[in-house]
Design a protein around this ligand. Structure first.
Ligand SMILES: [Zn+2]
Length: 434
């Protein structure tokens, strides 16, 4: 059956200058793929959706999220990275149970879908990762997710042996790495948490199975110094030596890099997920996004976890990404049309799926915006990046299916999503004594 969205203004986000201009057109999709854009003649069996007065964009793609941390929003403010991890996030993650991980993922997915994000790359915690996939399957979000792998000792006692980490990940990949919306992505947490043997085993196994690799790198100067003391080299070089570089690898942050590390990222086509709110809130630094992109490094945009943001809002990340580069380099250092592409097409490219643009053959992952509140005729990309927020989102579609409308995820009762989270957080905090 064909669905036709009729009468909207499309903002296609394709690479040409026309990609960030509004065009009045119908958009048709079949089996989750866009099949026609333009003046689409009606057919008898069409499902027709009247979107006159609305804007339609490709859904936002966020290739670095931690759904398991959504419950911890507001419990770990005003701390630097290593303190934040060791004294709050890891003890709280360790205290999770099957139901609290489900509640946390559900709360995060609610915020993402109602805010126009249609696809994510997620890093779960060491245990209970099935619960994240269950929540994603119910809601209908497009998700790559993997258990956080940690086989080096840490103060919080969060982690496993190499063998358990690999067995857990492989079992999850067997269950969840599918052809449709849900896929497995191997997720060694970061170099200070992972032995060389684990990193090498993960790189080998992920490639055998055709799965993405997802990690953090060079977020904070203390972390960079720790990696040097552990490995004798810099993050990006060490990861590359263990096999974690290439177009199937997404590294979050990449703020503090040497010239040769930047060269390595560009040469190997390794993807960087820029997380501006998280970086500012943890006072980690400012990623050199324009410089990285000028050198050929592929950079996309994401919110990271709720306790270091404290939102999962693609609009907020776009706005801040543009503003902080202006402060560093001068006005216009990262223009709105570029930022909008980072939040859509670049994200899809990082995850290796045909999305992030409105074009025939691409997936029908869409966000429908109401421009009436704040927009009176300026540049549309500027309106999306600088002016709008999730209140403008009217509908969210993933794979040709409407999954959220007017602030509600259609699969769930919103009040239940919140009450499950509150109940779960009480248990987790009691166990963690935090
Ligand atoms: Zn992260």
């Amino acid at each position: 059956m064909r669905t036709v969205l009729r009468g909207a203004e499309l903002l296609p986000c394709t690479p040409s200058p026309a990609g960030t201009r509004l065009v009045r057109a119908d958009l048709a999709f079949v089996a989750g793929r866009v099949v026609a854009i333009g003046d689409v003649p009606a057919e008898p069996d069409d499902v027709s959706v009247d979107l006159r007065g609305r804007w339609v964009l490709p859904g936002f793609v966020q290739p670095h999220i931690h759904l398991v941390q959504t419950l911890f929003r507001g419990l770990a403010d005003d701390m630097p990275l290593m303190d934040w991890l060791q004294n709050r996030i890891w003890p709280l993650e360790r205290a999770h149970d099957v139901d609290s991980v489900y509640a946390s993922a559900r709360l995060g997915i609610h915020e993402l879908l109602t805010g126009g994000t249609t696809a994510i790359l997620d890093m779960a915690t060491v245990s209970h990762t099935d619960s994240v996939f269950h929540a994603a399957r119910e809601a209908g979000i497009r998700m790559w997710c993997g258990s956080a792998m940690m086989d080096r000792d840490n103060l919080a006692g969060l982690g496993t042996t190499l063998d358990v980490a690999m067995r857990t990940a492989n079992d999850l990949a067997d269950r969840w790495h599918g052809p449709d919306l849900l896929k497995y992505a191997y997720a060694p947490r970061f170099v200070p948490s992972c032995s060389d043997e684990l990193l090498r085993a993960v790189a080998r196994e992920a490639r055998l199975r055709g799965c993405l690799l997802h990690s953090h790198a060079s977020e904070n100067l203390d972390e960079v110094a720790l990696v040097r003391s552990l490995t004798g080299t810099d993050n990006i070089h060490h990861l590359r030596e263990q096999g974690l570089s290439g177009a199937d690898v997404v590294l979050a942050h990449c703020i503090h890099l040497s010239e040769s590390e930047i060269e390595s990222l560009a040469l190997t086509r390794t993807h960087v997920a820029h997380c501006p709110s998280s970086n500012q809130k943890l006072a980690s630094g400012v990623c050199q996004v324009p410089e990285l992109m000028a050198r050929g490094v592929h950079v996309s945009l994401a919110a990271d976890g709720a306790p270091c943001n404290n939102r999962l809002d693609a609009f907020a990340e776009m706005r801040l990404a543009a503003l902080i580069q202006g402060t560093r380099l001068g006005a216009g250092a990262l223009p709105a049309p570029v930022v909008l592409r980072m939040a859509t097409a670049h994200g899809a490219e990082a995850l290796g799926f045909p999305g992030g643009e409105l074009a025939v053959g691409k997936v029908a992952d869409l966000v429908v915006l109401d421009p009436d509140v704040l927009w009176t005729g300026g540049e549309p990309a500027s309106a999306v990046v600088y002016t709008m927020d999730p209140r403008a989102v009217r509908q969210t579609w993933v794979g040709g299916r409407k999954v959220a409308e007017d602030g509600r995820v259609l699969a769930w009762d919103s009040a239940e999503t919140v009450s499950l989270s509150r109940g779960s957080l009480g248990r987790v905090r009691a166990r963690a004594a935090l």
